[in-house]
Design a protein around this ligand. Structure first.
Ligand code: ATP
Ligand code: MG
Length: 213
């Protein structure tokens, strides 16, 4: 049995064409089914639905043989015990710093002020501001980061941006791009040895179906 961990939403949707290229079709729709384990047309392959941030943990400890996770999630997790053979180039966006449109971020950085930054991505934020030599107080949030600068909780946020429309709707501006984000295939290292042939075939099929640059 091969178990693939996916999160619902864009990662699930964007992984479907890659699975199809490997001859795998998921037999139930996670948006309508209440099942957490979804069968496929191949009796030896199943999909488990987990929270996006839990995908690396499932794969690391062998709850799944492989999975699809964002670069953001992988950096925050640390990636221990995970083989990362492939950038799938799906679920693409960027990690950015944003502030209220009336906050002078460049001036704050130049003056060496302490900046209060709210984010779900504390590891990426910590590294970014350490590299820049900017002093920050990081405030960990689990959702709706856009609200933090609007309520005075923080001066800035570090969050994922794709079109920028969420920022715009909340009168926030993107003041710095930290890194490009896409999703990667992660594989359990023991499974790679024990189920070598089956996993190799899937990895190769995914590689040939991955969208071009
Ligand atoms: P949850 O919604 O359960 O709290 P989540 O917000 O991490 O979890 P998603 O919004 O489905 O889950 O995001 C999953 C992954 O997709 C993220 O880790 C990131 O890599 C990528 N992603 C997030 N937002 C976008 C976006 N706007 N455009 C493209 N990719 C995105
Ligand atoms: Mg989300």
């Amino acid at each position: 049995m091969i178990t693939l961990a996916l999160s619902k939403g864009r990662i699930f949707e964007e992984t479907l064409p890659l699975l199809k290229a490997a001859g795998i079709e998921v037999l139930e729709d996670p948006e309508t089914s209440r099942k957490l384990i979804l069968p496929t047309n191949k009796p030896e392959v199943r999909v488990v639905l987990v929270r996006a941030t839990d995908v690396p943990t499932y794969v690391q400890y062998g709850g799944a043989d492989l999975g699809v996770a964002g670069r953001d999630v992988l950096i925050e997790h640390g990636g221990e015990g995970l083989y990362q053979p492939l950038d799938l180039r799906i679920a693409r966006c960027r990690m950015s710093v944003a502030t209220r449109d009336d906050f002078d971020y460049a001036a704050a950085v130049k003056q060496g002020s302490r900046i209060r930054v709210a984010t779900k991505y504390t590891e990426i934020a910590r590294q970014h501001f350490a590299d820049k030599g900017v002093h920050v107080d990081l405030i960990k949030l689990y959702g709706s980061m856009e609200l933090a600068p609007l309520t005075g909780l923080a001066d800035a946020i570090v969050d994922l941006v794709s079109t920028g429309s969420t920022l715009k709707a909340n009168r926030l501006v993107e003041v710095e791009r930290i890194m490009e984000i896409s999703s990667r295939l992660v594989v359990n290292q023991a499974a790679l040895k024990l189920k070598r042939e089956a996993l190799r075939q899937m990895i190769d099929a995914f590689a040939s179906a991955t969208p071009a640059a």
